[in-house]
Ligand binder design. Structure first.
Ligand SMILES: Cc1cc2nc3c(=O)[nH]c(=O)nc-3n(C[C@H](O)[C@H](O)[C@H](O)COP(=O)(O)O)c2cc1C
Length: 504
C-alpha cells in the first residue's frame, strides 16, 4: 500500500527491507539470466589491450595507454571462475551476485585525442566500441545542465545501469544494489584516474531523459546513473577546483499503490530530473558538519596511524585494483588495531594521501549525510562491541560492548561472512534530511556514496592482506535494534573485514 505521508524513496526503502517474517527464498530462472555484456550490431572497435603495456610519459601514444589503464583498472576483467564450458569472468569492481548491471560509456568532444562521438566500453575484449561518430558534446553539456567540468574536459564517462541484470535475482531490492555496485565502480574510477594523471569530476544531477536519449538507451530497460568529467591533469586548463556534484529531484509523496515488481522501475522514474528543474549555478555546497553522534561517558578510541604506503608511483594501488577479490570465507581470527586504523584512514581521510599523488578531496555526492558504525568481533586491543566512527574527531566511540558474532550472522541473512569477520562496517543515513536536501534522488546518491566508501575499504583491506566482502542483503530493522544504532539511521550497506581463509 502507498503511504502518502512518506515520499517514494522512503516508501521504496520500507518496502524493500528484508524482514525475518517475510523473506522467502525464490528459485532463479536460469533460462532468463541476462548477459552482463552489451552487444552492438554496428560500430568500430578500438582495441585497448595493446596499450596496457606501454607507459612512457612523453610517448604520444601515452594518451591511449592512460585511458586504457584507467578503464582496465576500473572495470576490466581481472578474474575468472572456471565453470566447465561456461567460465564466469570477474571485474575490477565488485558487483552483488557478480551480475554487473553497470555499463560504462565514453563521450568525446572534438578536441579529444580520439574521434568525437559515443563509445561503449566492452569489458569482455577490453576495447571501445564507437557506435556514434559525430560530436554530441554540447548535447551532453545541456543534458548535464551545463555542469562547469564539461566546459573544460574533452572526455566524459557515463555510467548506466541495465536494471534487469540485477533485478533478475534481487527483484525490487536490486535498485539498492545497482547503486552500491556503481559506487564501487566510481571509487575505482576516482583512484584509477589519479594513477593516470586524470581527475574525475562527478556529476549526479542531469536530465535523465536527455542523457538516456543521447546514448540511445532503451529507457524501459536501462538508464544513466552518473556522469564523470575526466580532466587531464597534464593540461593546465583542466586543473579545476572542487565542483558541485549533486542536484535535487522533486519529492514525490503522491504515488499509486505499487505491486511488487513495479517498485524499482517506478522509483527510478520518480527520481529523475526534468529539464530546467535545476541548475548548477544555484547549488550551495553541502555544509561542513560536525560528527553527528557523541555518547556521554562512552569509550573513545583515537585513530592513530600512518597513511597506507601505496609504494612509489602508486604501484601498490594499481596492483591492488587489479587483484582485488571479495573474500568468500574468514578464519575467524583477529585482525590488528593498526590494520583497522589504516582502513579507516584510507577510507575517510583521503587528504592524507596527497603526497602520494592521490586526490585529497575526491568527489562524493554528499558525505555529510552518511554515518559509519563498526561492529568489532575480533580486533586485537579493541574491546568487542559496536562503535560509531566519528570522522572529524577521527575516533571510534563505543555504543555497545558485547560480542555480536551470532547476531551478525543472523543479520547478514546467516552468511558466515558476518559471523566470522573481525569487524563489520555499516554505512547508514537518515533518509528524511537527505530527501529534504536532494529530493527522492537522494536515495541514488546515498547508495553510490556508500559503495564508493566500500570500495576504498576493499582496496585498503586487500593491500593490507586482509579479507573483505560487501554484503547487500541484511535484515534492515534488526541492524539498528541489535547494534544500538539510532533508529533514524537507515542501513545502506555492510562491509565485512577479516582474516581471509582463502588467502588474498
Ligand atoms: C553491493 C554488493 C553487495 C554484495 N553482497 C554480497 C553478499 O551479500 N554476500 C556475498 O557473499 N558477497 C556479496 N558481494 C560480493 C560479490 O558477490 C562479488 O563482488 C562478486 O561475486 C564478484 O566477485 P569479486 O568481488 O571477487 O570480483 C557483494 C558485492 C557488492 C558490490
Amino acid at each position: 500500500m502507498a503511504e502518502p505521508s512518506i515520499s517514494i524513496a522512503q516508501h521504496y526503502h520500507q518496502r524493500t527491507k528484508y524482514d525475518p517474517q517475510t523473506l522467502t527464498g525464490r528459485g532463479l530462472d536460469f533460462d532468463r539470466q541476462p548477459s552482463p555484456y552489451k552487444d552492438y550490431k554496428l560500430g568500430g572497435q578500438i582495441d585497448l589491450k595493446a596499450h596496457l603495456k606501454e607507459h612512457s610519459p612523453l610517448d604520444e601514444s601515452n594518451q591511449w595507454s592512460r585511458l586504457s589503464r584507467l578503464l582496465y583498472c576500473s572495470y576490466g576483467l581481472t578474474g575468472m571462475i572456471p565453470y566447465p564450458g561456461n567460465p564466469i569472468y570477474l571485474r575490477a569492481a565488485p558487483s552483488a551476485g557478480g551480475l554487473y548491471p553497470a555499463e560504462v560509456y565514453l563521450v568525446c568532444r572534438e578536441d579529444a585525442f580520439l574521434p568525437a562521438g559515443l563509445y561503449n566500453y566492452q569489458a569482455s575484449t577490453h576495447s571501445l566500441l564507437q557506435f556514434w561518430e559525430s560530436n554530441v558534446w554540447s548535447a551532453l553539456q545541456e543534458a548535464c545542465l551545463w555542469h562547469p567540468a564539461l566546459e573544460h574536459t574533452p572526455i566524459a564517462l557515463v555510467m548506466t545501469a541495465v536494471f534487469f541484470r540485477s533485478a533478475w535475482r534481487y527483484e525490487d531490492r536490486a535498485y539498492r544494489r545497482i547503486f552500491l555496485d556503481s559506487g564501487h565502480l566510481l571509487g575505482n574510477i576516482e583512484l584509477a584516474a589519479s594513477l593516470n594523471d586524470y581527475r574525475s569530476h562527478l556529476i549526479g544531477g542531469f536530465v535523465d531523459r536527455q542523457v538516456n536519449q543521447l546514448l540511445y538507451l532503451d529507457e524501459q530497460q536501462e538508464g544513466a546513473i552518473a556522469v564523470v568529467g575526466l580532466a587531464d591533469l597534464l593540461e593546465v586548463e583542466q586543473n579545476l577546483p572542487q565542483l558541485p556534484t549533486a542536484l535535487a529531484s522533486p519529492v514525490q509523496a503522491d504515488y499509486p499503490d505499487l505491486v511488487d515488481g513495479e517498485l524499482l522501475g517506478y522509483c527510478h522514474q520518480a527520481t529523475q530530473i526534468e529539464a530546467s528543474e535545476a541548475a548548477y549555478t544555484t547549488v550551495t555546497p553541502p555544509p561542513a558538519v560536525a560528527d553527528k553522534y557523541n555518547f556521554p561517558f562512552c569509550l573513545k578510541v583515537p585513530v592513530q596511524t600512518l597513511p597506507i604506503d601505496w609504494q612509489p608511483n602508486l604501484e601498490g594501488l594499481e596492483a591492488t585494483l587489479l587483484r582485488r577479490r571479495s573474500t568468500r570465507r574468514y578464519t575467524g581470527a583477529e585482525i590488528s588495531l593498526d590494520q583497522l586504523f589504516a582502513l579507516l584512514d584510507f577510507t575517510y581521510h583521503p587528504e592524507h594521501y596527497v603526497d602520494q599523488g592521490l586526490e585529497g578531496n575526491p568527489d562524493y555526492f554528499d558525505l555529510s549525510l552518511i554515518e559509519t558504525f563498526v561492529a568489532v568481533s575480533g580486533v586485537t586491543g579493541l574491546e568487542e562491541g559496536c562503535y560509531y566512527y566519528a570522522p572529524q574527531a577521527n575516533e571510534l566511540r563505543q555504543i555497545r560492548f558485547k560480542n555480536f558474532r551470532q547476531e551478525l550472522h543472523y543479520l547478514c541473512l546467516q552468511q558466515d561472512l558476518g559471523r566470522d569477520a573481525a569487524a563489520v562496517v555499516f554505512h547508514t543515513a537518515d533518509l528524511t534530511p537527505a530527501i529534504a536536501r536532494y529530493g527522492d534522488r537522494a536515495y541514488r546518491y546515498l547508495h553510490m556514496d556508500a559503495g564508493h566508501l566500500g570500495q576504498r575499504l576493499n582496496l585498503a583491506a586487500i593491500h593490507l592482506s586482509l579479507g573483505v566482502s560487501g554484503i547487500g542483503g541484511f535484515f534492515d530493522d534488526q541492524v539498528n535494534e541489535v547494534l544500538g544504532i539510532p533508529v533514524d539511521e537507515a542501513a545502506l550497506y555492510i562491509t565485512t573485514l577479516g582474516d581471509p581463509a582463502d588467502g588474498n
